[in-house]
Ligand binder design. Sequence first.
Ligand SMILES: *[C@@H]1O[C@H](CO)[C@@H](O)[C@H](O)[C@H]1NC(C)=O
Ligand SMILES: *[C@@H]1O[C@H](CO)[C@@H](O)[C@H](O)[C@H]1NC(C)=O
Ligand SMILES: *[C@@H]1O[C@H](CO)[C@@H](O)[C@H](O)[C@H]1NC(C)=O
Ligand SMILES: *[C@@H]1O[C@H](CO)[C@@H](O)[C@H](O)[C@H]1NC(C)=O
Ligand SMILES: *[C@@H]1O[C@H](CO)[C@@H](O)[C@H](O)[C@H]1NC(C)=O
Ligand SMILES: *[C@@H]1O[C@H](CO)[C@@H](O)[C@H](O)[C@H]1NC(C)=O
Ligand SMILES: *[C@@H]1O[C@H](CO)[C@@H](O)[C@H](O)[C@H]1NC(C)=O
Length: 311
Amino acid sequence: MVQVFICPTTVTLMLLLSTLPVTLTGDSTLICSTEKITVSLGVDVVLPCRLQPATDAKSMRIEWTRPDLHPQDVHVHQDGRLLFESQNPSYNFRTRLFVDQLINGNVSLKLFNVTLSDTGQYKCYLPSIHQEAVIELSVVKSNVTGSHEPVQAVVGEDVILSCHLEPPFNVTTFTVDWTFNGDLTVHVYRSQRDDPDALHEKFKHRTSLFLDELHNGNISLKLTNVSETDEGNYTCFVPRLESQVKTGMVTLIVDPVKKKDKKIEQPDPTDSTRHGPGAVAVIVSLCLLGLCLAAGFIWCKHQSLNVLTFK
Ligand SMILES: *[C@@H]1O[C@H](CO)[C@@H](O)[C@H](O)[C@H]1NC(C)=O
Ligand SMILES: *[C@@H]1O[C@H](CO)[C@@H](O)[C@H](O)[C@H]1NC(C)=O
Ligand SMILES: *[C@@H]1O[C@H](CO)[C@@H](O)[C@H](O)[C@H]1NC(C)=O
Ligand SMILES: *[C@@H]1O[C@H](CO)[C@@H](O)[C@H](O)[C@H]1NC(C)=O
Ligand SMILES: *[C@@H]1O[C@H](CO)[C@@H](O)[C@H](O)[C@H]1NC(C)=O
Ligand SMILES: *[C@@H]1O[C@H](CO)[C@@H](O)[C@H](O)[C@H]1NC(C)=O
Ligand SMILES: *[C@@H]1O[C@H](CO)[C@@H](O)[C@H](O)[C@H]1NC(C)=O
């Protein structure tokens, strides 16, 4: 309207009128994800919502609420900022809008470090254009699961102790701990790197995680050069999930070197069965030799008899 005063020419007025439906919302519809969003405890999540056709939502009041909560405000955006005072305290410092994307009608809400109680229906409401939509979020607890079978190894070998999160999720930014028989620290990963100083002497320089597997929730441990004193129970856990899940346990059984030698000797029985045909061959050739000798003897005798007869 102000612009009409500044440039009251018919051309400008027509231009303004033609752009009005887009810039001033007209019949933009708020579209949110209709699929339930399921994520693991502790991760960050985006609840996607946008205005279609794209409309600048920068100056709109945007209400993200959970009608089942008191107070119900999750994130209310007005005059370019979050109304912190009315926000439900459980969401303090855990929400944001993509402020630079509002101009494109992207009114998605990001929630950081979700908890189980974040599970619920989130309503997005834009009062100025009377649009609202609902998204359902479900936060599930992942279980830490070790291998069910004991892991067997031979002294001096390297071994992988399997452990993963079910359902899997990206644990790159989480702390991961491995302990031995309930107390000794085997491996510590925190602040996105290994912490070698925290380890028990016995395990120093012998353990590693598969860092490129962490985003799959795979927190398996590699232990090198196992010795008989490594035999026991290994526990893998993710402290941030601890109160929610049982921890994974892996039992390692270490065979002394001798058993390995025995295993190498095991082909012997098959060797002795190979002696079988060999012995048979010897016996057969001995028999043949005997037969030949006997035949030769008879023939000789016969010949000499003939000689005698014809003499
Ligand atoms: C909104 O913007 C964020 C950040 O760029 C992006 O992750 C999200 O996918 C966008 N959502 C929609 C619905 O465009
Ligand atoms: C995530 O939330 C839990 C409790 O809900 C808290 O203990 C933890 O410190 C939070 N983590 C981050 C990175 O904010
Ligand atoms: C985690 O383990 C518990 C107890 O064993 C089980 O009831 C629950 O369904 C498991 N959760 C998942 C996501 O597998
Ligand atoms: C896992 O999380 C880290 C840290 O937030 C991030 O850099 C990485 O891209 C994520 N990986 C995947 C596959 O999402
Ligand atoms: C975890 O990664 C290791 C090394 O790549 C692999 O041997 C193991 O099978 C993986 N475990 C799972 C559950 O994917
Ligand atoms: C393996 O461990 C034994 C002691 O258990 C040690 O004497 C040996 O040097 C180690 N071998 C390697 C290759 O580190
Ligand atoms: C390891 O765990 C099993 C089963 O829980 C138990 O029977 C065994 O005594 C434990 N071993 C050690 C060394 O703690």
